[in-house]
Design a protein around this ligand. Structure first.
Ligand SMILES: [Zn+2]
Length: 67
């Protein structure tokens, strides 16, 4: 019986959230809020920052987003 074997390959809970960095040293990858002034069809690029452990929490060194 192998019908359900593929289910074990599913990511653990939480991984299917936005694919952003949450650990020290990970790439941020967050998308900034859409800009009203952005041209039509503009595609936001993911933040190129890196998550840094800082004073007990993890924050991006570029956009400042804290975890
Ligand atoms: Zn960032």
């Amino acid at each position: 019986m192998t019908t359900y074997d593929r289910l074990t390959a599913n990511p653990p809970p939480g991984v299917d959230e936005a694919d952003v960095g949450t650990e020290d040293g990970e790439a941020c990858g967050r998308f900034s809020e859409p800009d009203e002034d952005a041209p039509r069809g503009y595609r936001a690029k993911p933040c190129p920052g890196e998550m840094i452990a800082e004073g007990g929490f993890i924050a991006c060194d570029t956009c400042g987003e804290a975890v």
